[in-house]
Write a protein that binds this ligand. Structure first.
Ligand SMILES: Nc1ncnc2c1ncn2[C@@H]1O[C@H](COP(=O)(O)OP(=O)(O)OP(=O)(O)O)[C@@H](O)[C@H]1O
Length: 292
């Protein structure tokens, strides 16, 4: 059974339709990334799934439950990390976690909760003295306190330094390996590519691309870029290119083969292709292609 099912979800704020008929499913233990630029509707979808907002129409199920109608039951089984956590600034990190433990069924011990997110050394620090990235980590400690079956992470690594981001990604991966289903939103396409098994790209409230990350990328063209040798007309090249200044860009489903073809062509003419850059498709390419 899918852990998350979204079918024809519409969410209106007054006359404004923020989510316009979105459908997707997330399997148990899967990491699913919801991508999209600012205002695409990602947070709205998470809020509906977590039971903070009612859908205007459409059906949403999390662990087979209706988040709006069965919120109490669902709350024990999900963890939510939202973009702006409402901490008490004068409580210490330890007190904050202890307070949350009181409201959580079968919570992790305090030390384990802090250790999990790398905040063990900050137990006695007041929340208002934490950096932005440390606050995100505290938020993650609270979201994972009850070892939830489904974890919603809205931009979990925003504001974190590269090391904390890596640690958080590692934690998300290990939680998923233990069976937790994770739905995350992110602006970092590289993060989605590294973590998620499937994804959907939202644009202005609609899904414009969705599927398995590996399959979607395999269907996307890779890219060969190089500086145009002086005096060469693009029409002379063995493969079609587009020009960006003197940078020639060739899109190809097999970029290694395209690079070989171009290099052989250049070698036969005694030319060099400087600045040669060959790479497989990334989510970034897909995102730029689809949101034009
Ligand atoms: N409570 C609300 N009332 C009115 N409009 C809202 C409300 N919440 C969100 N919106 C609008 O709905 C749209 C989607 O917002 P949402 O926060 O879901 O986007 P997002 O993809 O999460 O963006 P970001 O990446 O900036 O967090 C935006 O245009 C936003 O202004």
């Amino acid at each position: 059974m899918s852990a998350i099912q979204v079918s024809g979800l519409v969410k209106r704020y007054g006359a404004f339709e923020a989510v316009k008929g979105v459908s997707f499913e997330v399997g148990e233990g899967e990491i699913f990334a919801l991508l999209g630029r600012n205002g695409a509707g990602k947070t709205t979808v998470v809020e509906v799934l977590a039971g903070f907002q009612r859908p205007s129409s459409g059906t949403v199920r999390v662990l087979g439950l209706d988040p709006a109608g069965q919120r109490g039951e669902l709350r024990r089984r999900i963890g939510v990390m939202v973009q702006e956590a409402g901490f008490f600034p004068d409580l210490t990190v330890a007190r904050t976690v202890e307070t949350w433990r009181d409201f959580t069924a079968a919570p992790r011990p305090l030390a384990e909760a802090l250790d999990l997110v790398g905040l063990a050394g900050k137990a006695r620090t007041k929340v208002r003295q934490l950096s932005g990235g440390e606050k995100r980590r505290l938020d993650l400690a609270l979201a994972t306190l009850g070892s939830p079956d489904v974890l919603f992470l809205d931009e979990p690594t925003t504001g974190m330094d590269p090391e904390a981001r890596r640690d958080t990604q590692e934690l998300v991966r290990s939680l998923a390996a233990q069976g937790t289903t994770v739905l995350l939103t992110t602006h970092y396409l590289e993060e989605a590519q590294r973590l998620a098994t499937s994804m959907a790209i939202l644009d202005a409230g609609k899904i414009i691309a969705a599927g398995g990350v590996a399959e979607t990328l395999a269907a996307q063209n890779g890219r060969v870029a190089f500086r145009m040798p002086p005096g060469v007309d693009p029409g002379e090249l063995p493969l079609p290119v587009t020009l960006d200044g003197d940078l020639a860009i060739c899109l190809a489903d097999d970029p290694d083969l395209a690079a070989q073809t171009l290099l052989s062509w250049a070698a036969a003419r005694g030319l060099r292709l400087t600045g040669l850059d060959v790479r497989a498709a990334t989510l970034e390419d897909l995102f730029l292609d689809r949101s034009l």
